[in-house]
Design a protein around this ligand. Structure first.
Ligand code: ADP
Length: 411
């Protein structure tokens, strides 16, 4: 809606344009008459053409036309014979026609130039507005980018926290197993130390037996230390650190932690890890977490099946079927299996069928494997139970790719 103020401004500008046309032609008439009177000079045509040119340039097409009409009339009235009459002599008619044509051309050209200048100005203004718009959009995008990066960092931190919590929860289930794993070598250490004590006070100590006992003490202490180290590694919040890994070591670490728990639950764990398993580039703790989760899920799934069928298979092989070199790891159980409708939901956050489950294990496991450039999925078994599989790209063989690699984020 146009306000009164802007309407008034528009009127004033229009009046100014029309006024300039009238004043320009009037000035040309007066100047021509003065020149004629005092100097007997008669440059009427040039003066009128100047007035027309100025009016059309200043006011545009319509005021230009007014200036042309006024100039033609004034030219005819004041400067063509008979003067002071609008009806010219027949002899003067060609001058009048020529003047009209010249006036029209000058007026039109001037108006066209004005319109071109206006268009250029408008285009420049539009361009400036667009540049400003782009600048603002760019700034907004930049701000959004910074915000997105912050959100991504926060998300990564939250995911790492969640991964840590899930890991701790899984480990919580293994407390008995871990305690047993540590206790066993400690008991052995104690027994051997006592045996040494018994052997020493005798007159001629059996040095060989003492040596043997001491060697066993060292081995057992090493075993207990290794368990504690594994637990500490899994429990720690370490930055993600990718290094060249042999997945057989990862499997052995995990099974060492889960061994007692599986024995306590009557589950036999079997492994079949191919000798030509290529190394992968990955974070040891994260991959241990994935495998531990799959193993514990398999053990849980067999809680309700007869004890003699509780067998968990961990298979590892080199997979080159898709044209690329990958390591395929399968955890196959003989438990309750998966219903079709459940398969869709397993990897959703917080989906759980367990009384004390968190439902985050598979979600986190999948995101870990995908962050490693791999894939985690599940397949129903032909017989009872389910198989969870993940594949990871084999590490490139050339030497440049070996050794500890990148650090991503904290976990
Ligand atoms: P949680 O173990 O805390 O429930 P997960 O994300 O690890 O969380 O598992 C989600 C659900 O997937 C489990 O509650 C269970 O219903 C199902 N599931 C996982 N592994 C198996 C399996 N090997 N056999 C049958 N169901 C399974």
């Amino acid at each position: 809606m146009e306000t009164g103020d802007s309407q008034w401004r528009r009127w004033r500008a229009a009046a100014c344009r029309w006024g300039v046309a009238i004043v320009s032609v009037a000035s040309a008439v007066i100047l021509a008459q003065v020149l004629e009177h005092y100097w007997q000079s008669t440059p009427f045509v040039s003066l009128f053409l100047c007035a027309i040119m100025f009016s059309a340039w200043f006011g545009g097409f319509k005021p230009g036309l007014l200036a042309i009409a006024l100039s033609v009339l004034a030219f005819d009235y004041y400067f063509l014979l008979p003067t002071h009459s609008l009806v010219p002599n027949l002899n003067e008619l060609p001058r009048l026609v020529l003047f009209s044509i010249a006036a029209l051309m000058v007026g039109l050209l001037s108006a066209a130039q004005r319109s071109a200048t206006e268009s250029l100005r408008r285009a420049r203004d539009d361009l400036a507005a667009k540049v400003q718009e782009l600048k603002s959009a760019n700034e907004a995008l930049h701000a959004e980018n910074v915000e997105r990066k912050l959100a991504e960092a926060a998300l990564q931190k939250a995911q790492a926290e969640l991964a840590h919590i899930t890991r701790m929860t899984t480990m919580g289930e293994l407390t008995a197993s871990i305690a047993h794993e540590v206790n066993q070598p400690l008991t052995a250490v104690l027994n051997n130390a006592n045996a040494c004590l018994d052997l020493l006070p005798k007159g001629a100590p059996n040095i060989e037996a003492v040596r043997e006992a001491l060697t066993e003490i060292i081995d057992d202490a090493d075993r207990a230390g290794a368990v504690i180290l594994r637990v500490r590694q899994l429990a720690k919040r370490t930055p993600v650190e990718r290094s060249l890994l042999d997945l057989r070591d990862v499997v052995n670490d995990v099974l060492a932690l889960a061994r007692y728990e599986s024995v306590a639950r009557g589950v036999t764990i079997r492994t079949d890890l191919s000798q030509d398993l290529p190394s992968v580039l990955g974070d040891r703790v994260q991959l241990q977490q994935v495998l531990l989760n799959l193993v514990m899920n398999g053990v849980d799934a067999m809680n309700s099946v007869p004890e003699k069928t509780r067998i968990l298979l961990v298979l590892g092989k080199h997979d080159a079927t898709a044209g690329t070199s990958a390591v395929l790891l399968c955890v196959q159980d003989a438990g309750v299996g998966l219903k079709a409708e459940e398969m869709e939901r397993l990897f959703e956050p917080f989906y759980t069928t367990k009384a004390n489950g968190m439902g985050m294990g598979l979600t986190i496991s999948r995101s870990i494997i995908e962050a490693h450039g791999g894939r985690l999925w599940t397949e129903p078994n032909r017989g009872p139970g389910a198989t969870f599989l993940f594949s990871l790209p084999a590490a490139p063989k050339h030497p440049g790719a070996s050794g500890p690699e990148s650090r991503d984020s904290a976990s």
